[in-house]
Write a protein that binds this ligand. Structure first.
Ligand code: PHE
Length: 360
């Protein structure tokens, strides 16, 4: 689903979506709105993260939930996991205090519990493993990624970063004939949970990492703690580099930013990086190789399901993340070549075939 829906009224948004169900709950005490979007249960019960942030309008929050839930359907299918795609968005008023926020999370948990497994949640932008503990007080047993003290597998972000790192190596191997990262220039947009972890992995392998984030404090932390370079948040699009790695919010690859890019490939963790499907063509025309987001950012999903449902060990799970992203991306690149299609279309084709066959 594109970001550029003709008119973003709730009515048109609901009508334009091909998902199964949207649950909207207004939280009166805080003025927050909880939106749970279940895109597809074809492969299993819906599962996805909980995004908590302030939106300019309710319509934007609904559209985000819809797009993110769809992305989860593709992500699970591409990763070969028997789960359906869903996502929760909690649109909060600016300046919500910590105590009110915790109470809101408990009421969100009660809603999750009440839904009885229609949707199982985990963390996403704006929520943490500690938040999952709070949600699980009322939302059990449908909460993934609680802290290890509470019996969960913890923050999935390092696993997501591990997968993106593997995607970057796979892409370098394809473009440069070697997956070695020494001296490769990587620009990371966003030093959040995944971006930060990814920068550590890249730096350890000798890549030249530059980071841009709207939060100057976190950029400074990355500079001093990780030793990476920093640039202004908006400069990331213009920076000459081998790999541009979007690890912040979605829709950042669009008709305004793509002409500015000076990278050979885009490989990042953010969900829904393309603003519209036409942007995949724009990237191809510019000869920029795009690693489809839901293929390379599946590490967190693989981690939560692997650890908490399938009983895999930590080490085994991380190996599967690395190999899964490598093999999935290799298949997508080959398919795109073979049929002269964009990598994004190739990835969707792979995912749709799995969904149609009922096989994650
Ligand atoms: N929110 C992360 C993602 O989109 C991690 C996550 C995966 C959380 C699956 C819950 C379920 O991949």
């Amino acid at each position: 689903m594109d970001t550029q829906t003709a008119e973003k009224t709730l009515d048109t948004l609901m009508g334009a979506w091909d998902g199964e169900e949207i649950i909207v709950r207004r939280d009166q005490p805080t003025g927050a709105t909880i939106i749970i979007a279940v895109h597809s249960t074809r492969l299993g019960l819906a599962c996805g993260g909980t995004r908590m942030k302030t939106y300019p309008a309710l319509e934007e929050a609904v559209l985000d939930a819809q797009r993110l839930a769809e992305g989860m359907t593709f992500k699970f299918a591409a990763a070969g996991l028997q789960r359906g795609g869903g996502k929760a968005v909690i649109a909060i008023p600016a300046g919500l205090d910590a105590a009110a926020r915790d109470d809101l999370l408990r009421r969100y948990g009660a809603l999750i519990h009440q839904l009885g497994g229609i949707f199982a949640c985990g963390a996403d932008v704006g929520t943490t493993a500690h938040d999952m503990d709070t949600i699980a007080e009322t939302g059990a047993p449908y909460v993934f990624g609680r802290t290890s003290e509470r019996g969960g597998s913890g923050d999935p972000s390092p696993a997501t970063a591990t997968g993106v790192f593997s995607g970057i190596k796979t892409t370098c191997a394809r473009l440069f004939g070697s997956d070695a990262l020494a001296g490769r220039r990587v620009v990371v947009q966003g030093a959040g949970k995944v971006g930060y972890s990814l920068m550590g992995l890249l730096r350890d392998e000798g890549a030249e990492v530059t980071c841009g984030d709207v939060d100057a404090v976190i950029v400074e932390r990355a500079r001093t703690e990780l030793g990476v370079s920093a640039m202004a948040a908006d400069a990331v699009y213009d920076a000459e580099c081998d790999i541009f790695s979007p690890c912040a919010l979605g829709a950042i690859l669009n008709s305004e930013t793509i002409p500015r890019l000076r990278c050979r490939a885009v490989v990042g963790a953010a969900n829904n990086q393309l603003a519209t499907s036409a942007d995949a063509e724009l990237l191809r025309e510019r000869d920029i190789l795009y690693a489809p987001d839901f293929v390379v950012n599946s590490g967190g999903a693989i981690y939560l399901i692997g650890r908490e449902v399938l009983g895999w060990s930590e080490q085994d799970t991380l190996d599967r993340v690395r190999n899964g992203v490598r093999d999935g991306l290799t298949q997508v690149y080959a398919l795109a070549d073979e049929h002269g299609m964009t990598t994004s279309a190739a990835a969707e084709q792979v995912a749709r075939q799995r969904i149609a066959g009922g096989q994650g």
